[in-house]
Design a protein around this ligand. Structure first.
Ligand SMILES: CC(=O)N[C@H]1[C@@H](OP(=O)(O)OP(=O)(O)OC[C@H]2O[C@@H](n3ccc(=O)[nH]c3=O)[C@H](O)[C@@H]2O)O[C@H](CO)[C@@H](O)[C@@H]1O
Ligand SMILES: C=C(OP(=O)(O)O)C(=O)O
Length: 419
């Protein structure tokens, strides 16, 4: 069991480069199930979630190869349509294989992903959409099984909530379905746009990605291409918040600032200096933070995946900050850990009231989930004394070389074996 050991209080300086987006690369890898010829991804991030999704595809018969910085997926031998609980339980995004498998193979049997730390995360919207497209869906004994022996048919689907995963699953099911599919109240996240760019480059006919109505004209076949995934806006945001909290002068490279408008606005409100450039952003901070409220919302609102990190920043604000989480029902697991570092936070339902304190103190804390882990790492870098962060497998899911990148900025952080 490994842990991070952090000695806080050293300002951050220099450049750090953001990797490709986890939440874009995962659905894009799944979409390589669809074409009849191999598809490649250039510069995929080095993440446990990427390894997991590659294992899921391999378990279905896809040949996955890596040469230098290019991952290639050849689904011409795809012959299985069942995914085990062991693989599904590692990562919920694995459920995205349901749409492409139904579209291409007419069958999918997938272990139910189950609940997780941040909420129950049902898949009802995905399943309702597949049924509307003509699939027969049965749920039982911990599995969801779908049949579409005569193929999927386009239809109009209204999503009760603009679910990112449901929008992606439907897009992949609809790309080669018969006729037109219209997704109303679709998710508008940049990762949806990147998936659609990938699908359209392979020959799909999809319009409206990035708005809440997406139209898909089903095509007969897709052909594999090579794709470079968009930068990870959540990793970029994590470094921006980190620089703001710890203090210093940091340039974050490979950032599309148009994907981070709510964070830029909130850092501005918090008194942090942020200078935008074409594909980078510079954050200058003396560590004095004005308390600011945030409310998480689907894109283009404030991302739930930056809520924990922003809460860490608010723990040293000059007053009271109200943090409202509307996307997931239980995404405050980091509160207890931040309290161990001396933060003053009270949770009232979906709101956390953070009363800023002059400084945090180092403590032993656990990464209760991926973004909680990032938040606690930032908090440790800003805190007085030594912080240890355990349960690193959560952080490894979604941050590519986090420790090395922070060391490059001058942080005193090492990864060591617990024993
Ligand atoms: C791999 C990936 O891209 N993960 C992201 C994706 O997760 P994910 O795709 O799972 O998130 P969704 O947008 O689907 O979920 C948002 C909300 O909708 C609910 N819901 C979703 C589907 C459904 O069938 N029924 C239902 O009720 C969920 O429980 C949750 O409360 O978007 C989330 C919201 O931006 C991000 O936090 C995750 O980092
Ligand atoms: C919640 C997240 O990911 P996932 O949907 O894969 O659990 C995240 O990236 O913060």
């Amino acid at each position: 069991m490994e842990k991070l050991v952090i000695h806080g209080g050293r300002p951050l300086h220099g450049h750090v480069r953001v990797s490709s987006a986890k939440n874009a690369v995962l659905p894009i890898i799944v979409a390589t199930l669809l074409p009849s010829t191999p598809a490649s991804i250039i510069d995929a991030p080095n993440l446990d979630d990427v390894s997991t999704i590659c294992s899921v595809l391999e378990s279905l018969g896809v040949k996955v190869t890596k040469e230098d910085n290019v991952l290639t997926f050849d689904a011409s031998m795809l012959d299985k349509t069942e995914a085990s609980y062991e693989l599904m339980s590692k990562m919920r995004a694995s459920f995205l294989i349901m749409g492409p498998l139904l579209a291409k193979m007419g069958h999918a049997k997938i272990a139910l992903p189950g609940g997780c730390m941040i909420g129950s995360r049902p898949i009802d919207l995905h399943l309702k959409a597949f049924e509307a497209m003509g699939a027969e869906i049965n749920v039982g004994n911990g599995f969801v099984e779908g049949y579409a022996p005569h193929g999927l048919k386009g239809t109009t689907i209204y999503l009760d909530f603009p679910s990112v995963g449901a929008t992606e699953n439907i897009l992949m099911a609809a790309a080669t379905a018969e006729g037109r599919t219209i997704i109303e109240n679709a998710a508008e996240e940049p990762e949806i746009v990147d998936l659609v760019t990938f699908l359209n480059s392979m020959g799909a006919n999809i319009k409206g990605a990035g708005t809440n109505i997406i139209r898909v004209e089903g095509v007969k076949e897709l052909q594999g291409i090579s794709h470079t995934v968009i930068p990870d806006r959540i990793e970029a945001g994590t470094f921006m918040i980190g620089a703001a909290m710890v203090g210093g002068d940091v340039v974050i490279d490979n950032v599309l600032t148009e994907h981070l408008k709510p964070l830029l606005a909130k850092l501005n409100e918090a008194g942090v200096k942020v200078i935008k450039d074409i594909d980078s952003v510079r954050v200058i901070s003396d560590g004095h933070i004005r308390s600011t409220d945030i409310k998480t919302l689907p894109y283009p609102g404030f991302p739930t995946d930056l809520q924990a990190q922003f809460m860490a920043l608010m723990t040293i604000g000059n007053g009271i900050s109200k943090i409202t989480e509307t996307v997931f029902e239980n995404r405050f697991m980091h509160v207890g850990e931040l309290q161990r570092m001396g933060a003053s936070i009270q949770v009232e339902g979906r709101c956390a009231i953070v009363q800023g304190v002059p400084f945090l103190n180092g403590a032993f804390v656990r990464a209760t989930d991926l973004r909680a882990g990032a938040a606690l790492t930032i908090a440790g870098l800003a805190a007085h004394g030594e912080t240890e962060v355990g349960e690193l497998h959560h952080i490894d899911r979604g941050y590519d070389h986090l420790v090395e990148k922070l060391q490059g900025l001058g942080a005193d952080i090492v990864r060591v074996d617990r024993d």
